[in-house]
Design a protein around this ligand. Sequence first.
Ligand SMILES: [Zn+2]
Length: 256
Amino acid sequence: MVVPSGAVPLPRGSTVKALHRHGKQLVVESARNGCLLVHLGMSGSLRLVHGSDPRSDDRHVHAEWRFDLPDGSELRLLHRDPRRFGWLEAHEHLHSVRRAWADRLGPDALTLEGPWLHGVLQRTRRAVKTVLLDQAVIAGIGNIYADEALFRAGVHPLRPARQVKLRECVALARAIRQVLQGAVEKGGSTIRDHRTADGAWGSFQRMHKVYGKAGLPCTRCRTSLRGVRLQQRATVFCATCQPRRPRGLPGAVDGS
Ligand SMILES: [Zn+2]
């Protein structure tokens, strides 16, 4: 957790003006211009707890803010981070947050369009999944959702990015948007300890087609799903539905 010395991200007595998000980073903006930038890391969370909630679990809480509600009760915002991969940053103004985002992060994954993605993938020899996970290229895709989107688009995760055709990029961009939107609506995927801000379990894991399912039959073709490691991350795919060297792509419009 990094908070620059002397900085006060949410000054005492201030009110929350707005919440912002880009990729996996969140910002709480106070009415006095102070901004708290939160990166949740691998298993970090922000949780809202009523002051009187007996179920409140304060283990792994690294930072806490207290808010007075109009009805006189108290709300606590807890930053929990069991694996300590997350961090906090204080910014004086939202525009300095936006500058940091522009320097560090690619466009938000929910805004992806196929032709833009194709242009980006054309410029690298890296595996397509590696590029999808690179937050400096595209912000917001995690390991689970990369695997799920690649399966839905029929793209092998280890294919050299520059070989992925425009038509496939259109399908991949659409799959990324749909998978992420679906995950947001279902409160995320609770594999181990993920919870939503109000403490509920996510349920998108029930929609997973490949993640965590190596060795099980593909839902489309019944071939056993394969599991490999890519940059220390579990990667699951169907070698039939996501061929490593696709033969002929009817309708490909880029002619390559
Ligand atoms: Zn399959």
